[in-house]
Ligand binder design. Structure first.
Ligand SMILES: Cc1cc2nc3c(=O)[nH]c(=O)nc-3n(C[C@H](O)[C@H](O)[C@H](O)COP(=O)(O)OP(=O)(O)OC[C@H]3O[C@@H](n4cnc5c(N)ncnc54)[C@H](O)[C@@H]3O)c2cc1C
Ligand code: SF4
Length: 488
């Protein structure tokens, strides 16, 4: 156990954010501690000491990866950071991705959270991995023997990367195909630098390359490489192409200039932050920005618009404002649906709930100038406009952040002939294998729009399935089954 009295003597401390006026001047991570590893480590140790090492650690259940949270909390408290890093990496290939980006369902399931603030698990996680990188403990794990089997991974988001790393370490020759010009999936071109600096991604990719994983970027599989070529060249295939088909809003005025999908708006902003583009072609400077959709993607648009110097930022959400405390129907240890203030929301802007957009209003030049919305209420399970509540708000730039409907149904899936499930995702059975022998799937492509922690867990489990398929035995871990769902 960590500090036996830690939960009584130490209060929870969240990671501190840099002052808003400073962080809006750059794209760097919002966290203050990222510049001072020692402070981060010290605070992390105190926070780890709050862990009660419960007989039944519900946090294990909350974390899709099954992270060994009480074990590494104890090791951190004892200042045995090296072993803590080993225990962390036993279940998670990329703790710096989850340590910065995960919504931490483990913390919602922490027993201390029943009547106090839960252990700041995510913060301890990132403290451990930061320390491990600083100390040089994270090195390539090159397999002692190679199997001679070849595996293609299509898509380089967290699911594809986790699958590729597991399979390379099992001795297979792995090639990751990515249609974008750089590796990382949504970690690279969706999630902004201020949430996770891409240097964190790049040093992992260097580790993976040194372990033998090959990356081929700018290759749209199904177009530049056919499904038949893929099957001929590789012994197994992992489809990890994500759920990139976005939901649209087909209302009057949708065709106006200045109305964009979030994933049209965010990638060029990320390129500017990376220094590969001078100025985004979709820029918020001096504009009234309206973001439609209240989730993670919407918050990323809000933070990006602030950094670009928007005149105003308004985020619209059709759902009612969530409660500040758990509702009775949403008890511990389930993931609480609460009102959350992300770092982007701390930076300003207005959040408007229970509204639906009815029309985009254009100017004489065909550009959007306003947005017409109406308040809504639930009538017979449907959101229905409230009579007389319609109003216009100024809008020179609108981003649609309304989620994703599943994987793109392009040549890749059609030519491989994989079955889809009733929700339009790639259907997978035991071991994450699709309906086609030797073709597996992991991440959002099979699960639908989800989270990084689930993508890594799926990548690890699918890798175990592929390894068993190729070698008839596998010692790789399987943190989840295809049917596992979050605790909600
Ligand atoms: C803007 C945004 C912010 C988010 N923020 C968070 C967050 O803070 N925390 C969190 O937990 N989750 C967040 N998410 C969700 C999270 O990013 C995804 O759940 C996760 O990235 C899914 O991983 P994946 O590997 O399945 O797919 P992706 O990350 O989508 O990667 C799929 C990759 O496959 C490539 N690809 C597709 N088809 C082909 C093809 N035919 N040939 C070659 N390559 C192909 C794509 O180009 C892409 O790079 C966010 C999502 C978005 C959109
Ligand atoms: S990966 Fe997410 S759920 Fe798991 S321990 Fe880390 S923050 Fe918690």
């Amino acid at each position: 156990m960590a500090d036996p009295k830690g939960f009584l003597t130490t209060k929870r401390e969240n990671a501190k954010h840099r002052p808003v006026f400073l962080r809006l001047k750059d794209w760097r991570e919002v966290y203050e501690e990222s510049t001072t590893a020692e402070f981060r480590a010290e605070a992390g140790q105190k926070q780890a000491g709050r862990c009660m090492d419960c007989g039944i650690p519900f946090c294990h259940q909350g974390c899709p990866l099954g992270n060994l949270i009480p074990e590494w909390n104890t090791l951190v408290w004892r200042e045995d950071w090296k072993r803590a890093a080993d225990r962390l990496h036993a279940t998670n290939n990329f703790p710096e991705f989850t340590g910065t980006l995960c919504p931490a369902p483990c913390e919602s399931a922490c027993v201390l959270g029943i009547n106090d603030d839960p252990v700041s698990i995510k913060r301890v996680e990132v403290s451990i991995v930061d320390r491990a990188w600083d100390e040089g403990w994270i090195t390539p794990q090159v397999p002692a023997t190679r199997t001679g089997k070849r595996v293609a991974v299509v898509g380089s988001g967290p699911a594809g990367l986790a699958a590729a790393q597991q399979l390379s370490r099992a001795g297979h020759d792995v090639v990751v195909f990515e249609r974008a010009d750089a590796v990382g999936g949504l970690l690279r071109y969706g999630i902004p630098e201020f949430k996770m600096e891409k240097a964190r991604l790049d040093r992992r990719l260097a580790q993976m390359r040194a372990e033998g994983t090959e990356f081929r970027t700018g290759v749209d599989v199904g177009v530049d490489v056919t499904a038949a070529q893929l099957r001929a060249e590789f012994d197994a295939v992992v489809l990890a192409g994500g759920a990139t088909a976005w939901r649209d809003l087909p209302i009057p005025g949708r065709e106006l200039a200045g109305v964009h999908q979030a994933m049209e708006y965010l990638p060029p902003a990320n390129r500017v932050a990376a220094g590969t583009l001078d100025r985004s072609p979709i820029h918020a400077e001096g504009k009234h920005v309206v973001v439609i959709g209240g989730g993670d993607t919407g918050a990323d648009c809000v933070g990006t618009a602030h950094r670009q110097g928007a005149a105003s930022v308004t985020q619209l959400e059709i759902m009612p404002k969530p409660p500040e405390a758990r509702a009775d129907a949403n008890p511990w240890p389930t993931y609480p649906l609460l009102y959350r203030v992300t770092s982007a929301h701390e930076e300003g802007g207005e959040r408007v709930y229970s509204v639906s957009t009815t029309e985009f209003v254009g100017d004489a030049g065909g550009a959007v100038r306003a947005l017409r919305l109406a308040e809504v209420e639930l009538v017979d399970g449907r959101f229905t406009p409230v009579a007389g509540s319609e109003r216009e708000i100024p809008a020179d730039l609108v981003t649609l952040a309304m989620g994703f409907v599943g994987p793109e149904k392009g040549a890749l899936l059609a030519d491989l002939g994989v079955d889809l499930d009733p929700r339009g995702n790639v259907a997978r059975g035991q071991d994450f294998q699709t309906s086609v022998d030797g073709v597996f799937t992991a991440g959002d492509m099979g699960r639908g729009q989800s989270l990084i922690v689930w993508a890594i867990a799926e990548g690890r489990s699918a890798a175990a399935g592929v390894d068993a398929y190729l070698t008839q035995r596998s010692v790789l871990p399987r943190p989840i089954e295809p049917t596992d769902r979050p605790l909600v």
